[in-house]
Design a protein around this ligand. Structure first.
Ligand code: NAG
Length: 170
């Protein structure tokens, strides 16, 4: 009898440990979006992801996977899930992974959604900003090569409108 109870306890422990060690992947929300900067410069208004997972502003296109992002959640935290796929040698770390927009301590770019050492980034529908969760950092314009910049302090945040699109194969 004691033995049986011990086994049951062990198996219950094993189950709960497995649930802690394997976090669930991101859950996609219903809408895949393209982001367009309000008041942006024509042909540089929409966000797109390069082969390296960096975010640049380019001409808007609704049917290209590299322009598309799906808001979703990881354990209740808002994230932006990147639609395009990535390949070696540019981003070997993202091959076969789901990528989310994250603050990598330098900029916002596509990173593995399962990483727990980064702050993920969300879209705030209320004010049109794209900003880090839990840190006052937002997307803020772009440089001479059209790579987006970030603003620490939320003083110069770009604002974006969204267009729902049909997701394109990554
Ligand atoms: C963050 O991303 C930028 C742009 O790709 C890269 O230059 C930088 O090395 C990255 N920083 C970290 C800490 O990975």
């Amino acid at each position: 009898m004691k033995f049986t109870t011990g086994l049951a306890l062990l198996s219950a422990l094993a189950t709960s440990t497995a649930q802690i060690l394997v976090p669930p992947g991101p859950v996609k929300g219903p809408n895949t979006l393209v982001f367009k900067q309000i008041g942006g410069i024509p042909n540089n208004e929409c966000l797109t992801f390069t082969n390296s997972g960096e975010i640049v502003q380019a001409a808007c296109a609704w049917t290209h996977a590299d322009r598309q992002v799906t808001p979703g959640k990881i354990l209740g935290t808002d994230v932006l899930i990147v639609q395009r796929g990535f390949a070696a040698p540019f981003r070997g770390d993202l091959v076969g992974k789901t990528a989310c927009v994250a603050f990598n301590e330098t900029t916002f770019r596509a990173e593995d959604c399962s990483r727990n050492d980064l702050l993920f980034v969300r879209f705030d529908v209320g004010n049109g900003r794209i900003q880090a969760n839990g840190a006052p950092v937002c997307l803020s314009g772009y440089d001479s090569k059209a790579f987006v910049k970030i603003d620490v302090g939320l003083q110069r945040c770009s604002q974006f409108t969204i267009t729902a699109v049909a997701p394109t194969r990554p």
